[in-house]
Design a protein around this ligand. Structure first.
Ligand SMILES: Nc1ncnc2c1ncn2[C@@H]1O[C@H](COP(=O)(O)OP(=O)(O)OP(=O)(O)O)[C@@H](O)[C@H]1O
Length: 227
């Protein structure tokens, strides 16, 4: 199991107050507030298009804040904050794997880009073992099934020692065994003082608080509704 000292940077609490985000020509959410302390998990629930991915992408620094504040420890969040991007791992809907490379080469490439150093063979073997990918490490990703690709994408959470995990639909396409592996990995991360925000439609089986995105949808006035 990981320990606090295994994180490259110390976990910092997140505090959002009255956050708002405008995207695709409309306000996606507004007045959204939450706190997330080390060792805590926050689920984002809500129907398609309610802004779960938008919130994750905003925290990751890909989108702007249009209202409210987000504090990272004692510092105000800002887009392009290298310290924050070095403290988080984001995994969205699309996998970031290059099909022509093997899984090992993909992991080395990703870690070189994200940290400046390629992941070592021992750390990679341990991470592959979590999701039953040991036998696939030296296979080109183009031969993988969709579930194998998804597990390969999730593997980064096991070998990058970063405190804040932003997970978008992490259970999609996972069988029961791998859902349990994912839940175990998440529990170990939280036990070590890590933090997770996970957008999901499915129960994962790890205890956490919940944001219901329905509570933060903009209210449309009667006049606007007629426009
Ligand atoms: N690349 C984009 N450019 C502009 N608008 C976008 C883009 N991606 C999503 N949106 C809009 O942002 C809003 C929120 O979408 P988002 O993907 O955050 O929802 P979601 O809750 O994650 O949905 P799902 O459950 O389908 O994944 C939607 O109105 C969507 O149309």
């Amino acid at each position: 199991m990981a320990s606090r000292s295994t994180f490259a940077t110390a976990p910092k609490p997140l505090r959002a107050d009255d956050l708002a985000c405008f995207r695709g020509g409309r306000m996606v959410f507004e007045r959204l507030s939450f706190t997330l302390d080390p060792g805590e998990l926050l689920y984002l629930r809500g129907k398609n298009g309610s802004g779960k991915s938008t919130l994750l992408r905003l925290i990751a620094g890909y989108l702007r804040i249009h209202g409210g504040t987000l504090m990272v420890g004692d510092d105000a969040w800002w887009r392009g904050d290298a310290a924050l991007s070095e403290a988080l791992i984001y995994a969205g809907h699309d996998n970031a794997l290059k099909p022509v490379l093997t899984l090992r080469e993909n992991a080395r490439e990703l870690t070189r880009l994200m940290t400046g150093h390629a992941v070592g063979d021992v750390a990679l073997a341990d991470a592959a073992d979590v999701f039953g990918l040991t036998g696939l490490l030296d296979q080109p990703v183009r031969y993988f099934s969709s579930g194998q690709r998804h597990r390969s994408n999730l593997m980064r959470f096991a070998y990058l020692k970063r405190p804040l995990w932003l997970m978008d639909e992490p259970t999609v396409g996972l069988d029961t065994e791998n859902r349990e592996a994912l839940a175990g990995l998440m529990r170990a991360h939280l036990d070590a003082g890590g933090m997770i925000i996970a957008a999901t439609h499915d129960p994962i089986g790890v205890e956490g608080a919940m944001i219901d995105m329905r509570d933060y949808q903009p209210k449309v006035s009667l006049e606007e509704a007629w426009l």
